[in-house]
Design a protein. Sequence first.
Length: 185
Amino acid sequence: MEKTTQPKFRTVDMAYIALFAVMIAVCSWISIPATVPFTLQTFGIFLAVGVLGGKRGTLAVLVYLLLGMVGLPVFAGFSGGMGCLLGSTGGYIVGFLFSALVMWAMERLLGKKPWVLALSMVLGLIVCYAFGTIWFMQVYAKTTGAIGLWTALGWCVFPYILPDLVKIVLAMVLCKRLAAAIRLR
């Protein structure tokens, strides 16, 4: 009798990964008008990893990035392509993957308790901010001229802190409800 092994990813896992990659894209298209427009991309990242877990959620973020890299208009403003990733704000988009990896690592180390998820979202956001700001400063310096750290933070981070914290709170509420409804193994 042959011994069968359980596949690493079931069809339902792949379907949820694809569904959440699309959900991140839809969140990126939702823009709240302001002096500096706000999108819901980070909310989508938090929700994907929070509901699907570290491994599946990180794969959903990776699929989202790959879709954008090949030119599909999944990024903010219905944009896509390598030009978006190589531009001055592309580091924040790439930083989403690092956010997901931080969340996955914390899940592996500390479990799936609500306080761990909340802390991992905050730390993931900080990692995204750090990676994106360094990237922004490098690209901006090459195209326009050198810029100071405080100026870059004032343009790219400080206006987003409060809205991103609100997104974390909303994601925490939805993660609990959606995870109970989906019941992934």
